[in-house]
Design a protein around this ligand. Structure first.
Ligand SMILES: NC(=O)c1ccc[n+]([C@@H]2O[C@H](COP(=O)([O-])OP(=O)(O)OC[C@H]3O[C@@H](n4cnc5c(N)ncnc54)[C@H](O)[C@@H]3O)[C@@H](O)[C@H]2O)c1
Length: 450
């Protein structure tokens, strides 16, 4: 612990800033489809000077760092010793054995001239065989997968992949970000309640252990921070949180907040701030990528819809304001519509009421690009999870709630969904890290207070 603290303090010194590289960081993604290839291809393109990292707070935003009692504003990437984009090395797993150039072409997000410029680097990245179980993603089938007698065997194979990747590329550190398809909806069961039961379940092939949990288990065992981009239960179970605390590994999830839910968590606090009532919020989407196809299955759709539903009810707290939000009818629909590809369209109809109960309506039509919104967030989360690990911050990282629809938190904790409250918490935490050496108060609770 002391060693971690002194490393964190040394490397987080605001005066050292970005002079020294903190070493090469491996970013491993189970799932190498649309968002993973847009993220990886985007970083490679930015390195070549073909674009800018728009949407990534870690690259574009600043931090007010109070040094020696004078207020100083510094870019986040210079105020903190974050891994640099040139320090990132990419790898991952998929059930399809195609290289990242072929996968990016299939995803159809980045333009062909951009892909042509980075083609050799993308072709050099090939997925490792996946841990896959069709029961969890009924709409997909692929042959590039591992076999094993037990789920523990599969976890051991993923652990070996991680070690091999680290050694082959001479990496100092790794992070893992689940970018694979949404798994079917599941509630936590007995096998998820403790580490010992979970490990028994791995040995006994307990059907309640999903492939995403096997990757997460392997990552945490290897000391690799794990973030979950999808709405699957995955890391949000007591067993894996227990392991993360034991192994001093940070966790975050679930389901990145990119488009419709991001706007919802901005608008709902505004309506609430004005004490305007809301009695209906109907959200519908059309999307045509592979994610849309996977979500066309009602069991996967349930996981996504549940994750999209939670934020509004938390923000518009009917217990606190029954006159305004007691009758809220909230509906979310996701429709698979192939012609749109990755260019999702999200409509919201919001029925609100004001003075004396007079009704009004608000309509939003967001014509977005799913993976273009997602890629910068993956970059931020990869860099911030690495930072968290180097600071010794373990378990669920509530300061990263900013990025997620259903933030993974320690048991019993109520999530914050308001985007600007989340941003404040994120920046406060980054400021803590930037001032770590100056603050003598950094003590033994450093590892869990986040
Ligand atoms: N795009 C967004 O804005 C957004 C926002 C929030 C969440 N998500 C979630 O991110 C995930 C990825 O989205 P996408 O658009 O890249 O989907 P995608 O279908 O293009 O890519 C997912 C990839 O995961 C692979 N895969 C499935 N199961 C696997 C397993 N067990 N191991 C390894 N690979 C596996 C698939 O073969 C596919 O290549 C989805 O779960 C989606 O719901 C996306």
């Amino acid at each position: 612990m002391d060693e971690i603290l002194s490393t964190a303090k040394q490397s987080l010194s605001p005066t050292r800033g970005r002079e020294a590289s903190p070493g090469r960081l491996g970013v491993l993604t189970p799932g190498m489809g649309a968002i993973a290839t847009t993220f990886i291809g985007g970083v490679l393109a930015i390195r070549e000077g073909l674009g800018r990292p728009i949407g990534a707070l870690s690259q574009m935003d600043s931090l007010a760092v109070d040094q020696a009692s004078s207020e100083t504003v510094a870019p986040i990437k210079t105020a903190l010793p974050l891994a640099r984009m040139t320090d990132l090395v990419f790898g991952g797993w998929d059930i399809f054995d195609e290289d990242m150039y072929a996968a990016a072409q299939k995803a159809g997000v980045l333009a062909s001239d951009t892909l042509a410029a980075i083609r050799p680097d993308l072709e050099a990245i090939r997925p490792m065989p996946a841990v896959f179980d069709r029961h969890y993603v009924p709409r997909l089938e692929g042959s590039h997968r591992k076999t094993g007698r037990t789920k523990m065997d599969l976890a051991d194979q993923v652990r070996a992949d991680i070690q091999q990747f680290k050694n082959a590329h001479g990496l100092e550190r790794l992070v893992m970000i689940w970018c694979a398809s949404t798994e079917v909806y599941a509630e936590p069961g007995p096998v998820h309640q403790s580490l010992s039961r979970f490990e028994e379940g791995l040995k006994n092939n307990d059907p309640g252990i999903a492939p995403s949990m096997i990757y997460a288990y392997a990552a945490i065992r290897e000391g690799v921070p794990f973030a979950n981009w999808a709405p699957n239960l995955t890391e949000d179970i007591p067993a894996l949180q227990e392991l993360a605390m034991e192994r001093r590994v940070p966790l975050s999830g679930k389901d990145f907040k990119t488009g419709q839910t991001m706007l919802k968590t901005v608008l709902a606090p505004a309506l609430k701030a004005r004490m305007l009532g809301v009695n209906g919020w109907f959200s519908t989407n059309i999307l045509g990528n592979r994610d849309g196809e996977v979500l066309d299955d009602p069991r996967a759709l349930k996981a996504k819809e549940k994750s999209k539903l939670g934020a509004l009810e938390h923000i518009l707290d009917a217990r606190q304001h029954p006159d305004l939000y007691r009758d809220l009818y909230h509906k979310v629909k996701i429709n698979y519509y192939p012609p749109r590809g990755d260019n999702k369209e999200g409509w919201d109809n919001i029925d609100i009421f004001g003075w004396l109960g007079y009704p009004m309506q608000l309509k939003i039509d967001f014509l977005c690009r799913d993976s273009i919104l997602a890629a910068p967030l993956i970059l931020d989360v990869a860099l911030f999870m690495d930072l968290a690990a180097r600071c010794g911050w373990r378990g669920p990282q509530r300061w990263l709630s900013f990025y997620f629809k259903s933030p993974t938190l320690p048991a019993g904790e109520r999530p914050e969904h308001d985007l600007f409250q989340q941003l404040k918490r994120l920046k406060d935490r980054l400021r803590d890290a930037a001032l770590a050496t100056a603050a003598e108060s950094v003590g033994s609770d450093w590892g869990s207070a986040n």
